[in-house]
Design a binder for this molecule. Structure first.
Ligand SMILES: [Zn+2]
Ligand SMILES: [Zn+2]
Length: 176
């Protein structure tokens, strides 16, 4: 996904709409699979404007993924979404790539040179840091019985809940 500076300059500071798709492929990092074992594709919607030698972007992306439910261990498809708002400083001819306000809150500003801004790496990074700690097939997944292993979404077993929960948490403490 690429934004062209001349287009944005022509808009004179107004926000323009963009839509792009970015396939997440990385030979060095294990990528969570999309449905059907394909690489996930981020669908990106953003607005961008060129103001004071910066490109401002804001919007959101979403993608479909497949993984194992943390509670019942069934394979499940789920949607991952994230919103973002960022600015990229456009270095002018003769300016170095040095971070301009080192030590301030702006320390981690993004810089770019030339007449276009490529956003693929930015969104790949956003994708990897947005991975959920837990995948759930649905919000109220009942999970597996810790005693007999029965999938409680399918049918209830005869183990009684209260005692189990206590014993289970005790066991978890011991294992730590
Ligand atoms: Zn589940
Ligand atoms: Zn049980």
């Amino acid at each position: 996904m690429e934004l062209f500076v001349p287009d944005l300059k022509k808009a004179g500071g107004r926000f323009l709409d963009y839509h792009g798709e970015i396939e997440i492929k990385d030979p060095e990092i294990k990528v969570p699979p999309g449905p059907n074992g394909k690489f996930p594709v981020l669908k990106v919607f953003l607005k961008a404007a060129y103001v004071n030698n910066r490109i401002l972007i804001k919007g959101n992306w979403q993608t479909e993924l497949t993984g194992e439910c943390s509670r019942c261990l069934e394979q499940t498809d789920y949607t991952l979404k994230e919103s973002f708002s960022e600015e990229f400083i456009h270095l002018q001819a003769g300016e170095s790539g040095r971070v301009p306000y080192a030590g301030s809150e702006h320390e981690e500003q993004y810089l770019f040179k030339g007449e276009s801004l490529r956003l693929d790496e930015y969104f790949k990074h956003s994708f990897f840091i947005s991975q959920p700690l837990k995948i759930l097939c649905r919000e109220d997944c009942k999970g597996l019985c810790p005693i007999c292993g029965q999938d409680r979404n399918k049918s209830l077993c005869s183990c009684t809940d209260e005692n189990i929960d206590q014993r289970w948490s005790l066991l978890k403490k011991l294992l730590k």
